[in-house]
Design a protein around this ligand. Sequence first.
Ligand code: HEC
Ligand code: HEC
Length: 327
Amino acid sequence: MFVNIIILLVLIAITVGAGWLTWRAVRAKRLWVKIAGGLGAGLLTLVFAAVAFFGGKGLASTYFPGAAPAPELTVAGTPEQIARGEYLVNLSCIGCHSAVGADGRPTEAHPLSGGWNLPATEGFGFIGDMITENLTPGGKLAGYSDGEIFRVLRHGINQDGQLLGMMSLMPYKQLSNEDTEAIVAYLRSLPAAESAGPTGDNLNFIGAAMFGAGMFGPLQPPAPDVIAAPPQGVTAEYGKYVATFGECRGCHGPDVTGSPATSVSAAIPNPRPLVGTLTLEQFVEMMRSGVRPGNNPFPDTMPWKNAAKMTDDDLAALYAYLVAPVK
Ligand code: HEC
Ligand code: HEC
């Protein structure tokens, strides 16, 4: 944090210096100094001003997001809550927070000891570190209150009130209070596992500037404090909620109609045209086997193994949502 703030101050100083040079050049007596110097120094001023502006914006939104206090909350941890939490966590969180393998990537297996440095393994290490947390009581969550874990999921804010680089972009802010509490209950019930190494965010100035400029995806509006899920059932309405906790909307866009490329990820297609040609049975078969019709397997970038763990009813609701008209 301090290094990044010093870099920001230096950049502001350079911007002011370049601005002063531009002023001097424009007022110079010789015409060529006026034109070449004015243009050169002017351009430099603009570039440094833009970098300082977006960097400053990124730093401000990360370090001072104006976070609401964590709710006062004690999760009871009933067997029902733990079972529901287990279902949800094994559909989504495990894809990033599971123990890492020799290649530094998650193994999708327990324990949820984290340690995946996304930028480093996915080819955007120049932004700094974003390392998944150990979600078992062997990691830093042991020192978090239930309300503070709730706030991570609902608002993407850590214990110190700072915005979390990756978690703030995830769709968990739309989970119901009931499901969010179920996740907390399940995480608390896990056996403690040791962390493999450091965890958490350490974005450098370039990362902060790109974050501030919305280059990882747009910063999301604040989420409400109370969210209720639609009634559970095989309906398009509940299917949209399945697409939320099943993360389809996180990648395929809010309406699951595809999403454009960002500076750190490729474009993701609209799955509706394909799903629209399938029966429910064919859709379930595809999601459970990872193979599209015509013997065309999903590539690794499509995390079908998580969706394969959904109940029949949830897959049927998802199907109903994907074949319904987009509202
Ligand atoms: C796309 C990968 C990804 C998924 C999926 C994901 N996380 Fe994370 N999580 C991260 C990363 C990366 C961090 C490190 C901080 C950051 O960049 O947000 C993190 C940090 C956390 C933290 C620590 C926050 C803090 O205060 O330091 C918690 C708690 C957490 N995640 C819970 C969850 C839960 C629960 C789920 C599933 C509902 C989940 N995460 C799903 C990537 C992910
Ligand atoms: C981590 C991001 C990610 C998540 C989460 C995700 N997908 Fe995908 N999905 C992809 C990518 C990338 C492709 C494109 C694969 C390719 O190149 O053919 C894809 C392809 C698909 C396709 C095939 C589209 C076609 O025309 O071939 C379907 C269907 C699909 N996804 C459905 C889903 C559903 C349903 C969910 C939620 C349970 C989901 N996806 C979650 C990234 C994701």
